[in-house]
Design a protein around this ligand. Structure first.
Ligand code: ADP
Length: 384
């Protein structure tokens, strides 16, 4: 049976899945290791069987080794034809999935300084998969690729041009999620193809994308995965003057500032309680309420910004863990957006129905599936 694997290494999780190529990419098994670096936990779903195992304080290398062990054991007898990898940064050159030849991998290594918390883990997983499945094609799928053709005004910062030329650009991320949602819209709502669509990917990481004719024309994330919306532990948009103050006046090093911006800010920093939206929604603390106020305010603000990029808005799609599951956040973030034709049907919203709008702008809740985009790319490469 032809099988493809997908590997998706985030900063603290490692997701994996195996798909049956001859059976419309049915999931054979999937799972993840969460909480890498702390009390890591392996979760494997295989048919009706779910296995959970505590792994202790393993790092990314240990996590990948544990995943490979599970895959080899559970997939014995299947031939792995391709392994698709989520790779956060494809730089300026890669606007589509690539076979990970030594030359391509060498180019991807040059992007490590652009995404130091993600790219090294992604590339380590590629090397481990090459060693474990030497007969399989390795395919890289890039979070930046979906945005590569966005207009120049959304690609640049107003810095001296030499920085743009050396790669200091607005890349945009969450491209695999936007690719998946766009494919669902094209399939189920072809009438939206020429319309103005905003997708809000609200997960632990969060961004928004303005889409026209299936293409990204603007996004809230820029050079790094920090810009735009506030996230679980990442700050979102910030005045660069704050960073100068932290360096000059507080004498903080680049490593300390990186840690603050990526790991101590966002909902965790604002609430002082947690970066997890469920925990904050359940909390009575005024700081949790303020964090939610800030979050919903910024989501509303960025929907406005993405609508401005498009010159209007015909449809808004929520996805990601928060976008798919929190009726509360969806309702609060859109409650003042009547000026954009956005009005929720609160009943449909409470039931997480697919279409939740009552106004002229259509609003959808569509579960995203980044792994499937990777699996499709892997399948496309073995078919040729
Ligand atoms: P990642 O970016 O790591 O893939 P997810 O897309 O899984 O993250 O989103 C995780 C976020 O979704 C967490 O903040 C979690 O609390 C939130 N979330 C999940 N389910 C719910 C829910 N029912 N209500 C509110 N938030 C939720």
């Amino acid at each position: 049976m032809k099988t493809v694997l997908t590997i998706n290494a985030g900063s603290s999780s490692l997701k994996f899945a195996a798909y049956d190529v001859e059976n419309d990419l049915t999931v054979v098994m999937d799972g993840q290791i969460e909480n890498i670096g702390k009390k890591a936990r392996l979760i494997v779903d295989h048919g009706d069987n779910r296995k959970i195992k505590n792994l202790g304080a393993i790092d990314h290398h240990g996590a990948m080794a544990a995943v490979l062990k599970v895959l080899r054991k559970r997939l014995a007898g299947r031939v792995i034809h391709a392994v698709g990898h989520r790779i956060v940064h494809g730089g300026v050159n890669f606007s589509a999935p690539q076979i990970l030849t030594p030359d391509v991998i060498a180019e991807l290594e040059t992007y490590i300084p652009f995404a130091p918390l993600h790219q090294p883990h992604n590339l380590n997983c590629v090397q481990a998969a090459i060693a474990s499945f030497p007969g399989a094609i390795q395919i890289g799928c890039f979070d930046t690729a979906f945005h590569r053709d966005h207009p120049w005004v959304n690609d640049t910062f107003a810095l001296p041009r030499r920085f743009y030329d050396e790669g200091v650009r607005r890349y945009g991320f969450h491209g695999l999620s936007y690719d998946y949602i766009t494919s669902v819209l094209e399939r189920d709502y072809p009438e939206l193809h020429d319309k103005k669509v905003v997708i809000a990917h609200l997960g632990n990481g969060a961004s928004m994308c303005a889409i026209r004719q299936g293409q990204s024309v603007g996004s809230t994330m820029g050079f790094s995965a920090l810009d735009g919306l506030p996230m679980g532990t990442r700050c979102g948009q910030i005045d660069p003057g704050v960073l100068l103050y932290l360096m000059d006046q507080k004498q903080l090093s680049a490593t300390e500032i990186t840690n603050i911006l990526y790991k101590e800010s966002g909902m965790l920093g604002l609430s002082g309680i947690s970066g997890d939206m469920r925990t904050l929604q359940a909390s009575d603390a005024p700081e949790a309420a303020q964090a939610l106020d800030y979050y919903t305010f910024r989501v509303a603000r960025e929907i406005g910004a993405m609508s401005a990029v498009l010159g209007g808005i015909d449809a808004l799609v929520f996805c990601g863990g928060i976008g798919e599951n929190s009726a509360h956040i969806r309702a609060r973030a859109t409650q003042n957006l009547g000026y954009l034709g956005i009005k929720l049907n609160l009943n449909a919203n409470a039931w997480h129905e697919r279409e939740i709008s009552d106004g002229p702008t259509r609003v959808f809740v569509i579960p995203t599936d980044e792994e499937r985009v990777i699996a499709r790319a892997a399948k496309a490469h073995i078919a040729t």
